[in-house]
Design a protein around this ligand. Structure first.
Ligand SMILES: *Cc1c(COP(=O)(O)O)cnc(C)c1O
Length: 393
């Protein structure tokens, strides 16, 4: 019998266990909701990106079911061969109108949108100037493009300017930031970055995954929130978080979108969304336009919960969004906090290296519009009890 050539992976996993970086998947027993059951335990769920409760919204469910009845369950092809259905085009038109841009292309995920776009618009002669905390899908897109990657310290616009000033003026440059940073919940310095991009001739790109449906009028994102319409060349959004379904999109001018139709590899080489997903996303846009009060409810809950955590004395970092980290220190401490909270009926996932720095391990909390005050008070009581136990407060 031959020896297992993958045996080294077992050793790697053992090393993760020794470093407290090994994790088991929590299994959701039913629907993705604010109060639900994971691993057969009823918990207040502070770990999903389902900001507006749209994963189970009746209008989305109904439209998805109707699309299955009318169009079946699969699209059967990539977009560029036979997999562009009328409902895909309708979703792109609706998103373009919503975002006040010329055109939009939808990808299978936000990850595919970022990685596919950066790698398509740049090549090895070009350079990316990227915030140190930008999302992994941006980093992968940069790597695939083979462009040079220059990282500036988190939100440090002066450092970004110094990097750009050192580059040849005729080199093509992409300046890129997350709109909302996913592990800290703070906002990218969009107005200053847009000014820098204009001053230095950079292409300006924003990944608004956590801002889609959360920031700006009707959830249009950080470009709307900061009044930057027309000043960001490439906007990426996700349909997988607040929008409640699955997908990512790129918003920009017609040339950008048509070029991505021809060159973005996930668009060319991976099958398009099932019609039910596109239908659910269209219904979500209707909800954002017709029931914007759910966004107000999200922010109301956010203010209540943040104030509660701060009153208890937790280190919640610099968040400006419904994402509130509770920083615990090393990964063992963050895991202990998350595990004890779970036993107390609160699910807040621990996040550790390599997603965040080794000494900044945390549990990340995300409240949604659909948490009741009772849910949030219950969670705060659990944080108080466990925080004292672990000497975090
Ligand atoms: C979640 C996320 C993505 C990926 O979006 P998906 O639709 O889940 O693939 C991209 N960028 C950022 C900043 C994210 O937080």
């Amino acid at each position: 019998m031959r020896t297992d050539p993958l045996a080294y992976l077992g050793h790697e996993l053992d090393a993760l266990k020794e470093q407290n970086l090994y994790r088991r998947l929590r299994i959701l027993d039913g629907e993705q909701k604010a109060h639900t059951s994971f691993d057969h335990r009823s918990v207040v769920n502070l770990s999903s990106n389902n900001y507006l409760g749209l994963t189970t919204h009746p209008r989305l469910r109904e439209r998805a079911l109707k699309a299955i009845e009318e169009f079946g369950v699969g699209s059967g092809s990539v977009r560029t061969i036979a997999g562009t259905m009328a409902i895909h085009m309708e979703l792109e038109r609706r998103l373009a109108e919503f975002k006040h841009v010329e055109a939009v292309v939808v990808f299978q995920s936000g990850f595919a949108a970022n990685a596919g776009t950066v790698s398509a618009v740049l090549n090895k002669e070009d350079v990316v100037i990227s915030d140190s905390l930008n999302h992994a899908s941006i980093i992968d897109g940069c790597r695939l493009s083979r462009a040079a990657i220059k990282v500036f310290p988190h939100k440090d616009v002066d450092a970004a300017r110094a990097i750009i000033k050192d580059l040849p003026t005729d080199q093509r440059k992409l300046l890129i930031t997350d709109g909302v940073f996913s592990m800290d919940g703070d906002l990218g310095p969009l107005p200053d970055l847009c000014a820098l991009a204009e001053e230095t001739g950079c292409i300006m790109m924003v990944d608004d995954a956590h801002a889609s449906g959360v920031f700006g009028k009707n959830g249009r994102g950080t470009v709307d929130h900061f009044g930057m319409h027309g000043r960001v060349d490439i906007q990426v959004g996700t349909l997988s978080k607040a929008i409640g379904a699955l997908g990512g999109y790129v918003a920009g001018n017609k040339n950008l979108i048509e070029f991505l139709y021809h060159r973005a590899r996930p668009f060319l080489f991976s099958t398009s969304h099932p019609p039910a997903v596109a239908a659910a996303c269209i219904a979500a846009l209707d909800v954002l336009m017709e029931e914007p009060q759910i966004i107000d409810q999200l922010w109301d809950n956010t203010r209540f919960f943040k104030a509660g955590l701060e009153r208890l004395g937790f280190d919640t970092g610099l968040s400006e969004s419904p994402i509130t980290p509770v920083i615990a220190g090393d990964s063992a401490k963050a895991n202990a906090l998350s595990d004890r909270l779970f036993q107390e009926g609160v699910f807040a996932q621990a996040i550790a290296f390599p997603t965040v720095a080794r000494d900044k391990a945390r549990v990340r909390t995300i409240v949604t519009a659909t948490h009741s005050r009772e849910d949030l008070r219950y969670a705060l009581d659990a944080f108080e009890k466990v925080g004292k136990e672990l000497e975090l407060v």
